[in-house]
Design a protein around this ligand. Structure first.
Ligand code: NAD
Ligand code: DAU
Length: 340
């Protein structure tokens, strides 16, 4: 049985990836390493607690801690590493970039050193479309060969990590792939991000804070589609290659929020336009022809169904949300939104 180490597996996409692996590809052992920052939530994988340790095991572990990760990778005979672990919220990176530089750059390098030392079969770096920078409304979508022009401390840290991953392929022949995906949504997303934040606020009849004019465009992908693409890249991606992953669903923030209100049957008067995010990227759009042609992948979920399913999930999992909306979250919310 081959084994996959998932770093950041208690976060949003990492935990969805583990659900996907354990339900869809039962012939793998999955080792989850996560430092359990504010964004890491063991409740995301509660159904696998006490699971057969030959199939799933969790270690609380910092990806920056080379010796700890080395021990885990050695003892668990890891074949593949999929690196989701990161600081991920753009607004927090504007507030304090330091931890982004440490986790996203140095943490990735530390994992790469382990992968190199133990000659693992494949290292997958989960990157983001934000490394390409921002598009104007009429620009063609991002392709993999574009130069990197990150605009926030978050995206700059991810772009830096991508370059280091690339260098380990070129210099040390470490088999790597980099995936660059657009905005994910779905179950288990921390409510600092647009969609769960708006759902939570609307459910509680609170204001929905839209930055600037709300005309910024994102390309949304249902998280399960992203997970499927990552698995295909892990198995069949050509070493050294970068793969864009997109949802084929561009929509402005304002239209997206209006759709959520419609699904939730709440009034548009809840919308409040607030001060814009500094350096706010105008538009992201993904050209995913490469993964479509080479690995026969394309997104399956359209945004209408995906949003309805997502709203339904949050309505049915209010306990999960209530556990997150704790003192720490409320302090964060107050700090980020009070003076906007
Ligand atoms: P998230 O914030 O929900 O989860 C991040 C996870 O990493 C958490 O469980 C956290 O505890 C863990 N972590 C943080 N620092 C760590 C450390 N030092 N050691 C070990 N674990 C640590 O993030 P997400 O939205 O699930 O994103 C996962 C990855 O996908 C990130 O690398 C992100 O850049 C990338 N990505 C996200 C999106 C998106 O829309 N959310 C889109 C494209 C790419
Ligand atoms: O594109 C991929 C990226 O998507 C990932 O790499 C990041 O980890 C992830 O956080 C996400 O970044 P964004 O900045 O696009 O996501 P966020 O949910 O923070 O914001 C989406 C859009 O909504 C953005 O234009 C800012 C706007 N926004 C966000 C929040 C939280 C608002 O208008 N109001 C808000 O309260």
């Amino acid at each position: 049985m081959e084994s996959i180490l998932v770093s950041g597996g208690m976060g949003f996409i990492g935990s969805n990836f583990i659900h996907y692996l354990l339900k869809t590809h039962k012939n793998y052992k999955v080792i989850n390493v996560d430092y359990l920052t504010y964004a890491g939530n063991p409740e995301n994988l509660i159904e696998f607690e006490g699971f057969d340790e030959k199939i799933y095991k969790f270690y609380k572990c910092d990806i920056c801690d080379f010796n700890h990760i080395l021990k885990v990778v050695k003892n668990e005979n890891i074949d593949y590493i999929v690196n989701f672990a990161a600081e991920t919220h753009v607004d927090r990176s504007i507030d304090n970039p330091d931890i982004f530089i440490k986790t996203n750059i140095l943490g990735t390098q530390s994992l790469l050193n382990v992968a190199k030392k133990l000659k693992i079969k494949k290292f997958i770096q989960i990157s983001t479309d934000e490394v390409y920078g921002s598009l104007n409304f009429k620009d063609p979508a991002f392709t993999e060969d574009l130069p990197l022009k990150p605009n926030s401390p978050y995206s700059a840290s991810k772009a830096s990590a991508d370059l280091i991953v690339r260098s380990y392929f070129k210099t040390f022949n470490l088999p790597v792939n980099i995936t660059r995906c657009s905005n994910n949504y779905g179950p288990y997303q921390f409510p600092e991000k647009l969609i769960p934040l708006m759902i939570n606020n609307a459910m509680n009849n609170q204001e929905l804070p839209i930055y600037g004019t709300g005309q910024n465009i994102r390309d949304w992908i249902f998280v399960e589609d992203h997970c499927e693409a990552i698995f295909l890249v892990l198995k069949h991606g050509i070493p050294g290659e970068i793969y864009n992953i997109g949802g084929n669903s561009e929509i402005s923030n304002l239209d997206l929020v209006k759709n959520l209100l419609l699904i939730l049957n709440k009034p548009e008067t809840l919308i409040k336009f607030v001060k814009d995010r500094p350096g706010h990227d105008l538009r992201y759009a993904i050209n995913f022809k490469k993964i479509k042609n080479e690995l026969s992948w394309e997104p399956k979920t359209n945004i209408e169904d995906g949003l309805k399913n997502t709203v339904q999930w949050y309505l049915q999992n209010q306990d999960w949300l209530e556990h997150i909306i704790n003192e720490e979250y409320l302090k964060y919310y107050e700090k980020m939104y009070k003076y906007r």
